[in-house]
Design a protein around this ligand. Structure first.
Ligand SMILES: NC(=O)c1ccc[n+]([C@@H]2O[C@H](COP(=O)([O-])OP(=O)(O)OC[C@H]3O[C@@H](n4cnc5c(N)ncnc54)[C@H](OP(=O)(O)O)[C@@H]3O)[C@@H](O)[C@H]2O)c1
Length: 254
């Protein structure tokens, strides 16, 4: 396991739980490698030249920008090299004869335990042999395996960023406002749950409500005056504009 960050940590533990033998955990910070390696009975290393050369898989779970650099430093004989990124092409790994993608479509942070039963896995290999073996690895830890090309993975990564990263940021802003105005965020939780439930079942544009959808400029102005940070005002304005324009486009079509 190359990388002991959010993904490396959870993937390492999951593979270990499913009885894979994790030989080594690499991190540039040895303490981080050790933190994971003690949990999964692996050797901790902080130098890629110490990697064993006969592993079946080399799973690269490092920062996207470091994937090629790390891949190029791996000297191995028979293993398949995969990365866990949503947006990086697998040809970055083409120094190796067998390589591919091993992408769990979920958000991971070390302190939060993921629910592996619901995690879709996207994978691909550079040839039929590597693809078959990567699929086997996926199937050993997830029932939701999806053969997906590099292009498709990027096309999924973009909406994944929107539904997770952006939504999470918006919830952060909402919490901040509650804190500043001394109102309980808990009162918003049923609304948050209902929004997700409805958007899953219906066309989100058909169920859109709120001041922007109604073009209620008076309320929009009031809200903007309550937002203390410039970046929050910018987000509010941009999203309101997007809602208004989308609504206008939909009305023009019908
Ligand atoms: N987090 C998610 O929700 C998620 C979900 C799906 C896929 N992914 C993908 O999984 C990969 C890992 O993401 P992550 O969230 O686990 O990131 P992370 O928590 O930031 O961990 C990435 C690790 O990369 C290592 N690193 C950075 N630069 C490096 C370099 N030049 N050489 C070697 N190691 C380097 C760092 O470890 P040291 O500084 O200790 O060496 C860092 O701990 C990324 O490709 C990401 O796109 C993430």
């Amino acid at each position: 396991m190359i990388g002991a960050g959010n993904v490396g940590f959870h993937l390492g533990k999951r593979l270990f739980k499913k009885e894979h033998n994790i030989v080594q955990v690499f991190s540039r910070k040895i303490a981080k490698a050790e933190y994971l390696s003690t949990k999964i009975k692996a050797q901790a290393i902080d130098d890629l030249s110490d990697l064993v050369i006969d592993a079946d898989f080399y799973i690269i779970a490092v920062h996207d920008d470091a994937i090629k650099e790390v891949s190029d430093k791996i000297s191995q004989k028979k293993g398949i090299v995969v990365h866990t990124s949503g947006s990086i092409n697998t040809d970055r790994l083409d120094k190796h004869s067998e390589y591919g993608s091993f992408y769990p479509l979920q958000t991971f942070t070390i302190k939060n335990k993921p629910d592996w039963k619901t995690i879709p896995f996207c994978y691909c290999g550079n040839n039929s042999s590597s693809e078959k073996k990567i699929k086997q690895l996926v199937r050993s830890i997830s029932k939701n395996d999806n053969k997906i090309t590099d292009e498709q993975r990027l096309s999924l990564h973009l909406p994944a960023v929107i539904v997770n990263n952006f939504t999470n940021h918006l919830i952060g802003i909402a919490k901040d406002i509650c804190f500043k105005h001394s109102v309980p965020f808990e009162l918003l939780v049923p609304l948050l749950r209902e929004s997700l439930k409805k958007a899953e079942i219906h066309n989100p544009y058909e169920i859109q409500t709120g001041p922007a959808r109604r073009d209620d400029q008076k309320t929009i102005k009031k809200h903007l005056s309550l937002l203390s940070k410039e970046q929050y005002r910018a987000v509010y304005k941009l999203l309101s504009e997007s809602i208004l324009k989308t609504e206008a486009e939909r009305n023009n079509k019908s």
